[in-house]
Design a protein around this ligand. Structure first.
Ligand SMILES: C[S@@+](CC[C@H](N)C(=O)[O-])C[C@H]1O[C@@H](n2cnc3c(N)ncnc32)[C@H](O)[C@@H]1O
Length: 264
């Protein structure tokens, strides 16, 4: 028998609390319990009222600390207890966030739920790093691509279409596979000099960026000591220089912290 509980699958955006939607912020204030991911920033968790319980189900890459089945069951159980549950996810819940899997389980269990979109990493990091995702005549389409497949299966993509020179690619979860992704794109016709911007911890005070190209990006992110989460922007639009910074190497521009870049 269901109680009067409800689950809100809420996007928390890429980290900057000012990028929360008004609705997300209001819902956080009404929660009985917040079930959150590792990617939800501490600044956003600071907004959780003292009356709400905080439950972390965060996953590190390759360390699924709480299995998805268990998260699904937890959401159902809490809602059946009559609670208002905010399932707070980094970025947008329906973009590489497994929000659809949770929604399916809630629907199957007859639990009322609502989805509240968030600013996805692509948008937040692009704005922060001044990377236009589209640009008239240069970048006429945009694709969000996962750089990591389920159970570490091989990356089995339509490489020819991803190599289209007028498409901006935003690669999520690509840190571990960037060398392979770059090689396959080049193999399928994308120029080795295609600009690539990597943004780690985008929109947060410790944001870092590298400007590189397809031929060098995999080694450059390692040399720069970048760490997850990292979003990669591949395409001519990523090479549009909207801000001017000194360059530590011909093909690399490392900028940290974020505000220096904005104010430069
Ligand atoms: C499991 S996906 C979640 C995506 C999320 N649902 C969204 O819409 O942004 C995690 C990946 O998103 C990207 N990501 C999320 N937040 C980020 C941030 N603040 N800076 C850079 N990349 C981020 C990284 O590629 C990371 O590996």
């Amino acid at each position: 028998m269901n109680g009067a509980g409800k689950v809100f699958l809420v996007g928390a955006g890429p980290g900057d609390p000012e990028l929360l939607t008004v609705k997300a912020k209001r819902l956080i204030g009404t929660a009985d319990v917040i079930v959150h991911d590792r990617l939800v920033s501490t600044e956003i968790l600071d907004l959780v009222p003292a009356t709400a319980a905080l439950l972390s189900v965060g996953k590190q890459p390759k360390q699924h600390s709480v299995p998805q089945d268990e998260i699904n069951r937890t959401l159902v159980r809490l809602a059946r207890g009559g609670l208002t549950v905010i399932r707070l996810k980094g970025g947008d819940p329906f973009i590489f966030g497994r929000g659809s899997e949770e929604a399916i389980e809630l629907a199957k269990a007859g639990i009322p739920f609502e989805v509240v979109p968030g600013i996805t990493a692509a948008q937040g990091c692009a704005a922060s790093a001044l990377v236009p995702l589209t640009h008239r005549g240069m970048a006429t389409s945009l694709r969000f691509v996962t750089g990591h497949c389920r159970d570490d299966e091989p990356l089995d993509f339509d490489w020819a279409s991803l190599a289209d020179s007028h498409t901006t690619l935003v690669i999520y979860m690509g840190f571990a596979h960037m060398a392979e992704i770059a090689a396959r794109l080049i193999e399928h016709g994308r120029a080795p000099q295609t600009p690539v911007v990597a943004v780690s911890n985008g929109t947060r005070p410790d944001e870092k960026r590298i400007i590189s190209d397809l031929a060098h990006i995999a080694t450059d992110v390692l040399e720069a000591g970048m760490a997850n989460p990292v979003a990669f922007f591949v395409g001519e639009a990523a090479g549009i220089d909207l801000a001017v910074h000194p360059s530590p190497a011909p093909h690399v521009r490392l900028v940290a912290p974020r505000l220096e870049a904005v104010n430069a």
